[in-house]
Design a protein around this ligand. Structure first.
Ligand code: ZN
Length: 182
């Protein structure tokens, strides 16, 4: 059965030192693991999805406008993928098993075609990586749990702002969502 890798929000704004909402060094340090997984899934004809936060400047109706500084605005450097993931994506984005798509909420399933795409491809085995472990990765994993997917979290390829958040989320994946945490 095919598997899918979800690389959540691994963009400059969330990861790079100059990013507008950066999770800092922990987020930068997972780049090799993310890039390795992306290529491994692609090379074995599994699916690689890149759910990517998308905002419009100053959107008065978006709930995050009140919560966070502006980030991941369309067409900006901040919304490009961090480090080697951006050239990897540009090189492979035309391939049918590599698919980036915009999301407007923390969960990669909220208001997106992800669940339909996975069902069309007969994928039930989801591997989730990216940032932030306790925000968008967590909300994505919760929706995956509610939809009945088998979940694997790669702890060396997820990061967030602080160790407490990282530890809480990894514990929650394992003990509450029944995920395999590697
Ligand atoms: Zn956002």
């Amino acid at each position: 059965m095919p598997k899918a890798l979800l690389i959540v929000d691994y963009t400059n704004d969330f990861v790079a030192p100059a990013g507008k909402l950066t999770a800092g060094t922990p987020a930068q340090s997972i780049a090799p693991a993310i890039n390795r997984l992306a290529e491994a899934f692609r090379a074995q004809q599994d699916f690689v999805f890149l759910p990517t936060d998308l905002h419009v400047a100053g959107d008065p109706y978006h709930p995050e406008t009140k919560l966070f500084p502006p980030h991941n605005e369309e067409g900006t450097w901040g919304r490009a993928y961090y480090g080697d993931l951006e050239p990897w994506y540009q090189q492979h984005k035309a391939e049918t098993n590599v698919q980036a798509f915009p999301k407007r909420r923390y969960s990669s399933f909220a208001g997106t075609p992800l669940d339909q795409w996975l069902r069309e491809r007969h994928v039930t085995d989801l591997h989730i990586v990216g940032v932030c472990t306790d925000i968008c990765v967590l909300h994505t994993a919760i929706d995956a749990y509610n939809l009945g997917y088998t979940i694997t979290i790669h702890s060396d390829a997820c990061a967030t702002f602080n160790p407490d958040g990282q530890n809480f989320a990894l514990d929650h994946f394992k003990n509450v969502l029944g995920a395999t945490v590697l």
